[in-house]
Unconditional design. Sequence first.
Length: 156
Amino acid sequence: MLTIGFRWISFVNLGVLFCIFIIGLSSGNKAHSESTDGEISRAFFTTKLVKNEPENEVLIMQNDNYNLYYFSEVKNMHGKIIYHRWEHRGEKVFEQKFNVSKKSEKLISRYRLDPLKTGEWMVVITDGQGWPIKASMFKYVKKGSFVGKGVLPIKH
């Protein structure tokens, strides 16, 4: 009976903590939504840009390619600060800051990949306060370890 009582108390405590967490998230999201008000209309990795437009979308890339761009287009965020935070296996390796000055603006960051740093890569788009807005991932693999199309053409 005593063991059941402790389990019940632990269950109640977890329930209370969960409710506090949810309340915190909902109030935090409300404050965050008021701070961004805009949208990310497009966001992905590309190996080639022509007139600030991406020519392809990278999902999987072999490590004989080094230069990679992250393209994003933001709308209704003029006057805001936006970051592209590049991460390899969860650790930040590079961050590019953008001061958005137009109602619709293309933001492009570039990173030269280390061929030895294979694995999962991610760019997290954050606002000026560090809140994540969008995230994109791709996989960087050893040359010859992937057969298929990991880079897709974009039709304009």
